[in-house]
Design a protein around this ligand. Structure first.
Ligand SMILES: *[C@@H]1O[C@H](CO)[C@@H](O)[C@H](O)[C@H]1NC(C)=O
Ligand SMILES: *[C@@H]1O[C@H](CO)[C@@H](O)[C@H](O)[C@H]1NC(C)=O
Length: 413
């Protein structure tokens, strides 16, 4: 199966910190195109069932040997995903194939893609999880999709991102009503009927709001209470130097020049709402980790983007005035991915754009590593505050950095 390796173009990647070397892989140009098109920051663990006989080598790189995901991630983890399939395509449902199989353009060769066929992207790790992928792609065509948000998100978070498209109608609440009107909608708890609750422990907003009083961990657990902490975030002056206010950050730039932006991992969308109140358009990326974050953000009247931290931002180079991220970008992210994320943020910011890194947390001994990683990207520090994170006790030696980093207006390249 690996006969083709090395006979076409080669891709090698050295992890500078550990010297892991991935096998060189057969990668015909069209395959590189798929890789680029499928927007994967995640690692060069190739899985493909596409066959390109025209390129003079078969790119069907079915896995026949253990694949060390940890090595690919450069973190030395021991996770080993062993996938052995003689004929992977045959295991997948027809809809899976229907979506991913190369499809001929109706008018022949397409000048933009320089190809006769269009190949729709899915995350290349999708095929590492054939059982989950099969379940996801098994549904009545033209009919109702299964109510499977929980499984779909799990598949996505494993790396199958983007998920394949489906030809079915997503589950929706039977009593959906028109949303509240702007601007009231920005600070209104939406009706329970705006959410399909199947994927979450809570089955209504009263439960989500009450969650702030519970002991169990939940992502952003006080974020659904719009009368609570959300109300003061970024607007009420704080004596903690790590808490910047939106207005003080906007004052770092000429008035009105911060117009469009992105909030990465923006919880329930309050940052975007506060920015909207200042006439700044912000899109919020969020997953739905045990809560209907995307539905909630949308119900408030700002745009949710269902995107994990792993994926390349679907935004062009040098475009955004501001990127903000609180808590999400932290030390749980593998180092190599962390470095890629910072470069991706730098990429989408326009020259002179600002990255507000809000409460980035880590432990004290990691400080040097993170500071040199952040500094390697090319930002200029407009604000930089380092402080202790004490909520779990001082003995853990946890730290925060809050910073406003500017992409240089000149010579940013
Ligand atoms: C779904 O709809 C399309 C378009 O009308 C049709 O061609 C196809 O046969 C339908 N498929 C099924 C399984 O009903
Ligand atoms: C936002 O824009 C509207 C319409 O142009 C304007 O009336 C309003 O004063 C602006 N608000 C802020 C906070 O700049």
């Amino acid at each position: 199966m690996h006969a083709a390796r090395g006979s076409c173009c080669r891709i090698r990647r050295m992890d500078s910190s550990r010297g892991h070397r991935l096998p060189s892989l057969c990668a015909p140009p069209v395959f590189l195109f798929i890789l680029a098109a499928s927007n994967l920051v995640t690692f060069f663990v190739f899985s493909s069932t596409f066959s390109f006989s025209s390129s003079g080598c078969s790119a069907s790189s079915y896995f026949t040997s253990p694949l060390t995901a940890g090595a690919a991630a450069g973190d030395g983890a021991t996770v080993t995903a062993q996938v052995e399939r003689a004929s992977p395509a045959a295991d997948l449902p027809p809809e899976s194939l229907a979506f991913t199989a190369p499809q001929s353009f109706p008018f022949g060769r397409n000048p933009n893609s320089q190809s006769d066929v269009l190949i729709a992207p899915v995350g290349h790790p999708c095929e590492l999880f054939p059982a989950e992928l099969s379940r996801f792609m098994t549904y009545p065509v033209n009919g109702s999709c299964p109510d499977d948000e929980f499984e779909a998100q799990r598949l996505l978070l494993k790396g199958c991102e983007p998920l394949p498209r489906r030809r079915c109608r997503p589950a929706a609440h039977a009593d959906f009503v028109e949303p509240a009107a702007l601007p009231e909608s920005l600070w209104l708890t939406p009706p329970d009927s705006s959410v399909v609750w199947t994927a979450y422990t809570c089955k209504n907003y009263a439960c989500l709001i009450e969650r702030k009083n519970q002991k169990d961990f939940d992502d952003c657990k006080d974020c659904f209470d719009l009368e609570g902490r959300e109300k003061s975030r970024w607007v009420v002056p704080s004596d903690n130097p790590l808490d910047f206010s939106i207005d003080e950050v906007l004052r770092l730039k000429p008035p009105g020049t911060v117009r469009i932006g992105l909030d990465i991992g923006g919880g329930s969308g309050t940052f975007a709402v506060r920015m909207k109140e200042r006439n700044v358009t912000v899109v919020t990326t969020s997953m739905n980790l045990n809560g209907p974050f995307n539905s909630f953000i949308a119900a408030r009247g700002v745009i949710p983007l269902y995107l994990s931290i792993s994926q390349r931002l679907p935004i062009f180079d040098n475009t955004l005035d501001v990127v903000h991220s609180m808590h999400v970008i932290s030390n749980w992210i593998p180092d190599t991915l962390f470095h890629f994320i910072f470069f991706d943020i730098y990429r989408v910011l326009r020259p002179g754009g600002i990255f507000w890194l809000d409460h980035f947390f880590f432990v004290e001994e990691q400080m040097g590593k993170y500071v040199s990683m952040i500094d390697s990207v090319g930002f200029r520090r407009l604000k930089w505050v380092v402080g202790r994170k004490l909520d779990r006790g001082p003995e853990l030696k946890e730290m925060y950095i809050s910073a406003v980093l500017e992409k240089p207006l000149k010579n940013s390249w």
